[in-house]
Design a protein around this ligand. Sequence first.
Ligand code: NAD
Length: 486
Amino acid sequence: MNEFKHFINGAYVASASGKTFENRCPVDNSLIGLVHEASREEVDQAVKAAKAALKGPWGKMTQAARTAMLNRVADRINERFDEFLAAECRDTGKPYSIASHIDIPRGAANFTAFSETLANHPTEAFKLDTPDGLGALNVGQRTPKGVIAVISPWNLPLLLMTFKVGPALACGNTVVVKPSEETPATTTLLGEVMNECGVPPGVFNVVHGFGPNSAGEFLTTHPLVNAITFTGETRTGEAIMKAASVGLRNISMELGGKNPAIVFADCDLEKAVEGTMRSAFVNCGQVCLGTERVYIERPVYDAFLKRMKEQVAKLKLGRPEDPAANFGPLVSLEHRNKVKYYYDLAVEEGATVEIGGGIPDMGEALNGGAWIEPTIWTGLSDDARVIREEIFGPCCHIRPFDTEEEAIQLANDTEYGLAAAIWTENSSRAIRVAEQIEAGLVWVNSWFLRDLRTAFGGAKQSGIGREGGVHGLEFYTELKNICIKL
Ligand code: NAD
């Protein structure tokens, strides 16, 4: 039986209470193992280990030595690629073909990209005139913020967790990670890699458990945590902001979305269909940047809808290790209940189900898993709940529009503002529309194309702050001004 223990001060630790919960595989609901649930005391040990490590060898290490160490972490993840891949796919049910291209390689790359940014990004210097004519010199210096709490979700477990741990460590902080209760495996495995690469004890810690009245709450309310970086649902973000307000701790929030795609008649239709298929259905629709609202300029509406339905019909549901499969289950039966609720609600709200809409028959061996059909709807009104609320499943609603102004208005008619995709071969239009979209990330003729040097984050209720590139430095460091009177 697998056991997922906490990783505290460089060692795996069981819950003193013996309290565990089950980790089940969404492919067939088989038991993967037991996860130890951290008590307030164990979270306290992890935070104190992280605090102490700031003063140990880690705190004294040169930037170059730290960078070399993090590069080794990335190399070691790649050396143990197959183990990370198997663990991630067992926890999430996603196809190997997807996780081997996205989750694991990008998860490793997060340990190299940010050290380079930090090393190559200057701070500021200003000469100030003073009445005695001698002046003063102001020099900006970045110092680590301290202990960073990392609260991560289940949809891209390794990738989204290291997107925070990579820059946090590159900047010289220490971390306590609380991975999602659904996907504890790769975060736990990373502890072994940290030890193999000589990362000092206490620099990287992991505590397992749930949110309220469990490890998540114990961590975010811990007074020795200096800052909290969170990816997950908007409502959870609100709870964490409240916790962070005590002691005035800094926060970075990457939250939910209800992202639009706008397809103009002058697009390359094949590319638009291919891109929208990925943005709506990859990872079983469980990508925060994914498209759930698709707006199509009327002249190409019928052709686009027909092509999308043909492509959805070709999606191959199957086990992660099946090389032909490109579509896995949802992450859990609980999440499937939520998505299925929205599938039923869509019908109640008057949708035409163009394809999908139900739970597929996967055969006896897999029917216990969290499978759901990829689904396209049409005909919903703009104020339907299915149009306004994040579903986080493999589904989208397709609706025609007639003018550019209407498309922009529809795209922005949401409380969220994470991402959008625009499909057009007219570059003036692309820029004009992109500028008016209220979102942190806008793709033109692509989707999920990420340059780690660029800003990542959401507008409106999709987030607070930006991570990625130099923007992460603002969160993960304290910019101190040293004023030297000459
Ligand atoms: P979630 O908010 O339910 O959980 C995320 C994490 O927060 C988990 O580790 C959970 O245990 C923890 N948590 C829950 N309540 C807590 C509390 N009160 N205090 C402290 N921790 C708490 O989100 P999820 O279901 O795991 O992930 C899906 C959501 O994440 C979707 O809304 C999706 O859009 C969003 N997401 C956003 C981004 C982004 O970059 N903006 C990326 C991926 C996912």
